[in-house]
Design a protein. Structure first.
Length: 398
């Protein structure tokens, strides 16, 4: 498959230089309005299978996409990212067009650095790396347990180990933390990423970031989250940017966290859908509802556990279920890495497995402290996501 896709990809890239247009996916734009605007046949959309039709609902407002036109100005190709691993590839040839999800190729590098505090972790990390995202990740990881302003001294040291994607040699998309350490008054504090993709402190206690409650009770997961997978039978790439919970029609759906309803309405793919904004640039999405709870509307505040609607099968759906999506900075992430588990502290075998991982990270952190590993610059990041500017800047002093 890769052998098939790469030539298409490179053909596109090599044509770039000539007539490629970069555009921004506008608010309110849907795949259908996009086709209409570009005078493309709507059958392109209607010929897609249900899963791919629903996938078009995931195109992020503000995302940068590329269009290639032929001499008479008609669209011949377009590449529209769905996330940092998958994009919709539209091709038109002599009036016949088709769309297929194809991978976004990138290389992942593991990187690390050590810094000595001059002013504050946020400011120093941003200054040294050029990355607001890294600064936010670091500060966010410790904000509930440490008080930097009170306890940090100039000269204390910090280490970050993370992975960063690169595309065409440039940093691309969001970094992902592996481990972070900060010294305060000679004592070291760490956060570590465990195999379950959650973060824990040096005692094996889960870092309390944004903990979600289950949106439906006693429901089984009928389809897990995937950013990109290759379907061996269909020989196509797919993605499922949420978790499906199988539940009877009419089962109450609860807000997974405190927040504000920013959308309660109908969407072609997701049917009756509610979106809730939460603290920390998180958003949750509840799709295919049969109906909303009376009184739930745009702009209202809801509490974690509050009933907002009922399971149904509206929109593009094969049967009653809740499609539950979680987004951070508009990027779909796996809700299962954030949904609350019964115990948030590790015990038994899980704890000893974690302690081994922690030990390896600690040894690595020691190496970077001794080597005084210098940071990579990430200024020229090719984010495919639109990230609001104001985010993070006010958190800078925490
Ligand atoms: Zn789903």
């Amino acid at each position: 498959m890769m052998r098939l896709l790469l030539p298409i990809f490179w053909m596109f890239v090599s044509l770039w230089a000539h007539q490629v247009e970069f555009a921004r996916w506008d608010k309110g734009e849907t795949f259908l309005t996009f086709l209409e605007r570009n005078k493309l046949p709507l059958s392109i959309y209607y010929d897609l299978d249900k899963e791919d039709q629903t996938l078009t609902e995931e195109i992020i407002t503000g995302v940068n996409y590329q269009i290639l036109r032929n001499e008479d100005g008609n669209v011949s190709q377009a590449l529209i990212p769905i996330n940092d691993e998958l994009q919709l590839h539209l091709t038109c040839n002599e009036g016949s067009c088709s769309v297929a999800p194809i991978p976004i190729e990138s290389q992942t590098r593991r990187e690390a650095f050590m810094l000595t505090i001059e002013s504050s972790p946020y400011y120093d990390i941003e200054k040294a790396t050029g990355s607001k995202a890294l600064a936010q990740i670091f500060v966010g990881g410790f904000k509930n347990s440490l008080n930097f302003r009170r306890d940090l001294r100039k000269g204390d040291r910090l280490v970050m180990i993370y992975e960063q994607k690169y595309r065409f040699g440039k940093p691309f998309s969001m970094p992902r933390l592996h481990a972070a350490m900060i010294e305060m008054r000679g004592k070291r504090y760490g956060i570590y990423r465990h195999e379950d993709e959650r973060y824990y402190d040096h005692n094996g206690a889960q870092i309390e970031g944004f903990l979600l409650a289950l949106p439906v009770r006693n429901a089984r997961i009928s389809s897990p989250f995937s950013k990109r997978r290759f379907h061996p039978v269909l020989k196509r790439y797919r993605a499922h940017l949420g978790v499906d919970y199988a539940a009877r029609s009419g089962t109450p759906i609860m807000a997974a966290g405190n927040g504000k309803v920013v959308f309660a309405g109908y969407n072609r793919g997701y049917g009756n859908v509610i979106k809730i904004n939460h603290e920390g640039n998180y958003m949750t999405l509840y799709a295919h509802m049969s109906s909303f709870k009376k009184g739930i509307k745009n702009g209202m505040r809801v509490k974690q556990g509050q009933v907002i609607g009922y399971v149904g099968s509206t929109g593009i759906s094969t049967g009653p279920h809740l499609h539950f999506g979680l987004y951070k900075n508009n990027e779909a992430i796996n809700p299962q890495s954030v949904v609350q588990v019964a115990t948030s502290a590790l015990s038994g075998k899980r704890r000893s497995a974690f302690m081994q991982i922690k030990q390896r990270f600690d040894a690595e952190i020691d190496t970077h402290l001794q080597a005084q590993t210098a940071p990579s610059r990430l200024d020229d990041v090719q984010s495919i996501y639109y990230i609001p500017d104001e985010q993070g800047s006010q958190k800078g002093e925490s």
